[in-house]
Design a protein around this ligand. Structure first.
Ligand code: GLY
Ligand code: MN
Ligand code: MN
Length: 350
């Protein structure tokens, strides 16, 4: 490992550095050098290496310099292979200790959802709910939120990337909260949707139940023996959604669903990043101890093509799931999602 050397003057201002000895002791590095020796070291090993694995889009100045030195030595650029592909392969299937960290991460954020639901009432702002959620995750040991949350009251939930989170929560509306904390570097990524006043209206209930049915059916598919990929589960979710919508009186085709009502994918890999291992294609068959999200949603615009009573409602239910050989393990099971549980939870603080 190449690290910053100890420097009492710099440490006086910025705090202690691990230094060369610390890096061996703490991280188990076999060899440790000052970071200024990285380029000479790299130049030295170039001649004896067939391939160089490197991501030239990270640490730009250092690597651009290294790259130009490669060219100087006459090595062809195609001998540089992306490091991320190799690392992402290693990250795809989680180890036992990674699963433990992700269980804790999911548990912390799920508990924060319970507290946020209990606390919600008309007149609060989306921003206050954000603060509440962040507080509840941090006091439970989460280091930071894993991403900028989406906290959309009423029709704000129709914008997938709504991150202004600054409007008032209104009586009679739902609020969609997509928020998760990090624990030991591992992200959780949860969405729940609940009524601001604690009680679902009849149309809200019907639309919610449709999404919930799809969420639960998709989670059941998260087993290695099913030999399915994320894309396969997504296709299944679209078919299921079509049936659910038909049951409550929508007359829609697949185009309406995939382009308008449910325009995003059912899920993605999850781990150190929220959208983890982007080098791993979603057509890969799911294997035991991969971790994914399952997050179907419905977002009904103000368009009379769709039944009036559901217009302006946006719902997503997102869970984090460990693929099991025979059974999935839901990391976010303690975040309420059944209608009775949500209403009970909202009732709890009134
Ligand atoms: N929070 C980002 C996502 O659900 O993918
Ligand atoms: Mn999310
Ligand atoms: Mn997600």
């Amino acid at each position: 490992m190449f690290v910053l050397p100890k420097n009492p003057n710099a440490e006086l201002w910025d705090g202690p550095r691990t230094g060369l000895e610390g890096v061996k002791e703490l991280f188990g590095a076999d060899e440790a050098y000052e970071n200024t020796r990285f380029i000479p070291y790299l130049k030295n090993v170039l001649g004896s290496s067939k391939h160089i694995f490197m991501d030239n889009y990270t640490v730009p100045t250092l690597l651009t310099e290294a790259e130009s030195k490669l060219i100087d030595t006459g090595l062809k650029l195609q001998t540089i292979l992306p490091l991320s592909k190799v690392v992402h392969e290693l990250r795809t299937i989680k180890s036992k200790s990674e699963i433990e960290a992700m269980k804790e991460s999911g548990m912390i954020s799920s508990k924060a959802f319970i507290e946020a639901m209990k606390w919600t009432k008309p007149g609060l702002t989306e921003s206050q709910l954000w603060a509440k959620f962040e507080y509840e995750t941090r006091v439970r040991g989460s280091s930071v939120l894993a991403y900028v949350p989406v906290i959309g009251g009423g029709p704000n939930a129709l914008s997938m990337h709504y991150v202004r989170n600054d409007m008032e929560l209104k009586d009679g509306d739902l609020v969609l909260v997509d928020c998760g904390g990090e624990y030991k570097g591992y992200a959780s990524d949860i969405t729940r949707t609940w009524p601001v006043n604690g009680k679902f209206s009849q149309p809200q209930k019907e639309l919610y139940q449709a999404v919930l049915n799809v969420n639960k059916a998709c989670i059941k598919l998260c087993r290695e023996i099913n030999n399915m990929s994320l894309h396969d589960i997504h296709s299944e979710s679209v078919k299921l959604m079509k049936q659910e919508l038909k049951n409550i009186g929508f007359n829609v085709n697949i185009w309406d669903i995939e382009r308008v009502l449910y325009p995003h994918h059912v899920g993605h890999y999850l781990g150190l990043d929220v959208h983890d291992t982007y080098d791993i294609d979603r057509s890969r068959k799911l294997k035991e101890n991969m971790v994914i999200t399952i997050e179907p949603g419905l977002y009904v615009p103000f368009d009379d093509k769709f039944p009036k009573e559901y217009q302006g409602i946006g719902i997503r239910i997102e869970d984090n799931v460990v693929i099991g050989k025979d059974e999935p393990y839901v990391l976010t099971a303690s975040a309420p999602k059944e209608i009775v549980d949500i209403e009970f939870c909202c009732e709890n603080n009134k």
